[in-house]
Design a binder for this molecule. Sequence first.
Ligand code: NAP
Length: 331
Amino acid sequence: MKVFVSRLIPDTGLQLLQQAGLQTTVWTEDRQITQQELIEQAKQHDALLCMGSDKMDAHFLTQCQHLKVIAQFSVGYDNVDVAASTRLGIPFGNTPDVLSDATADVAFLLMLAVSRKAFYMHKRIISGDWGTYRPTLNLGVELKNKTLGIFGLGRIGMELARRCRGAYNMKVIYHNRSHNVQAEQELQAQRVSFEELLAQSDVLSVHVALSPETEGKFNADVFRKMKPSSIFINTARGKIHQEQDLIQALNEGWIWGAGLDVTNPEPMKPDNPLLSMPNAAVLPHIGSATVQARNDMARLAAMNIIAGLHGKRLPHCINPEVYKKDKSISN
Ligand code: NAP
C-alpha cells in the first residue's frame, strides 16, 4: 500500500512506514503543495500524511474519499472538516501530547522576553543603539507571585502552568468550558469566567483550539478589559486575536505587552508594526520545533497511518465517531 507525505518529516516516521512494508512518496519541493496537487497525489495513494497547513476541507475529502486514513502532523486540526471526514468514513489522526512541552516552552520564552523587552533590546544592539546606562529607561516587569490566566487549559496550558508555578510561584486561573480537575488539584488552579480572566490576569496565555467560538475572540473590547500592566501571549492560532486591535491595544496602553508564536496571516510581513514595537515579541510558529517533539510527531503520525491501513483504530483519532459506522474495526 502507498502513502503520500505532504512535507519531508523526520526519518523516525518514514522508517516506521517503510518497516511496515508501505511505499512512501514524499513531497520534497521547498514550497507548500497546492490543494490541486495534493488531490492529484492523494488519488494515487491509499493513505495521506498531511500538515496543519494543508486544507482538509469538504472539497478535498470528497475528491479523496478513497483514502483509508489521513494522519496529520500536528495536534491542532482547525484546517480539517471533521464532520465531512466522518461522513465519508475516513479516520483522521493527529499528534497530541508529544509537543506540549516544546510549545509551553515557547509560551514561557515569549512571556519572559516580553516582560524584559528582550527582542527589542537585542534589535537595538544590532542597530548600533546600545546607548549609555539610563536607570529609568526600558524597564521590564517581574513575574514572581503574579497571576497567570490561561484561556484553554488543556495539555499545553497545563505545561505552561507547571512552569509558571515552579519558576515564579504564579497563581493560576483559567477559563475552559469544563473543569480541569487535574490542574485544580495539582496546581490549585481556579476556573473563572472569561470576564474574570481578563480582569485578573497579569499574564494571559491563549491555548485554546481555533473554532467558530474562539475565532477573533481577542478584539478591542476584550483587550480594553485587560489590566494595563498585563502581557498577552498567543501560541495557539493567529486567528484567535485580531491583529489591528492588538496593535491598537499596545499603542494605546490598554495592555503592557504581547508575545506571539502565531499570526494571521502566516508568514507575517516584515514591515508589520508588531516587529518593531518595544513591547512585542513575535516568533514564526516554532512551538513544536524541537528535535524531540518533531521526531515524536513523526512517530505518532506514522503509527496512525499504519493502524489505519491495517483496519485498526488510530491510536490518536480526532473523529472516533467514524468507527460507529463500522463495527468490524478492532482496537
Ligand atoms: P487541548 O489539550 O485540547 O487543550 C485545549 C483546551 O481548550 C481544552 O482544555 C478545552 O477545555 C479548552 N477549550 C476548547 N474550546 C474552548 C472554548 N470555546 N472556550 C474555552 N475553553 C475551550 O489542546 P492542546 O494540545 O493544549 O493544544 C491547544 C492548541 O495549541 C491546539 O489546538 C493548536 O491550535 C495549538 N498549538 C500550537 C502550536 C504551535 O506551534 N504554536 C503547537 C501545538 C499546538 P474544554 O473542552 O473544557 O473547554
